[in-house]
Design a binder for this molecule. Sequence first.
Ligand code: AMP
Length: 426
Amino acid sequence: MSFTSLGLSDFLLRTLEEQGYKRPTPIQQQAIPLVLEGRDLLAAAQTGSGKTAAFSLPILQKLNEQPIAGYRAVRALILVPTRELAAQVATAVQTYARHLPLSLKITAVYGGVKINPQMMALRGGSDIVIATPGRLLDLLDQNAVKLSSVETLVLDEADRMLDLGFADELNGVLRRLPKKRQNLLFSATFPDEVKALTKQLLDNPGQIAVESEYKVADRVQQRAIEVDRHNRTALLSDLVKQQGWQRVLVFVASKRGANNVAMKLAKRGINAQALHGDMNQSARNRALADFKAKKVQVLVVTDLIARGIDIAQLPCVVNYDLPRSPADYVHRIGRTARAGEQGQALSFIGHEDDNHFKLIEKRTEQEIAREQIPGFERSETPPAELDAPKGPVKGKRKSKKDKAREAAAKQQQLEANQQIWKKTQP
Ligand code: AMP
């Protein structure tokens, strides 16, 4: 199947050729004709599937074919969960629009930066707006943008949007849209809130599922490396130095962890940088741009930031801390081996992580051989605190064994008390 057979114009085909896209990805094959027809769409798709082009190419084609004279009303609105994704989608749409005869204005608006330049950018209208819901509401409240002419609404990464607590803002935006419009919803997972949203939003949608939630990219070589937690930084820095990876994306569990690991790597002579939500927007943009430009070799990130980020030629992803959910695992390792490249995903497994990693394997329906790296072998026994927990873990139910042990201890105490009591009797 070729792009030509999907009904795309020569202007768009030219760009696709320049981009080196030889054939449409499965989601593009299915989505492009549906969107051109004007249908609503419900797509189960992850980043890396080519979903951005799947919705933006047909939108661009339609806007170009049906120009509206005069004021540039917002005709397509693309809502995304994070600032980084907004910037990335805007760049992609601008690229795809490059050779269209009608010059379209494409504007990205997101929080974390000053609102005034965005208000200025929206003056005189904008054909396509890519926005995070919170900032868009602020702009609406200030009358900086009007949504009464929106023909197509895209919700990208709907699950993440609701995960991040954008439900109210999203509803606020939806209320300001015209009733009659085309709706395209993309989500990697379908928890109940997303299902409810699809019901509320979509009218007889075409349905597409390109990959099951837990299908792990075939080209990613996954490795599970057993290592004691306190040795992880040393191991990581050794691996980075030995393997000659040009770029490594390292996932950690917290913002503090990201700073710590980046700092420790830097002390070991590695060009590392943290990227997390506590950094201001310009520092975030700079970190990402430096990483993309290969000025930074190791980028240490949290899940929130890395979601949806597209980095070409990323040979290696490292789970320094394991992700919380199997879905996040799939997402993280999907950052590498994109668009036909090869890639590795390493997970560091301390004794503490054994059970959690087994669960990830079970859910992703695979078994990954455990490895040890010479010089960093994991100790044979778990650390003492794992062996003998100091007290019950909050929220964890006691096992039968624990209960029996507690009962025996109580009984012993009772008997000891009785002895003392007997002895103290006259
Ligand atoms: P996305 O899932 O939209 O984040 O896209 C993932 C990556 O695949 C981006 O870097 C796109 O440039 C690239 N891509 C999208 N469509 C194609 C295609 N048909 N052929 C090759 N690469 C593509």
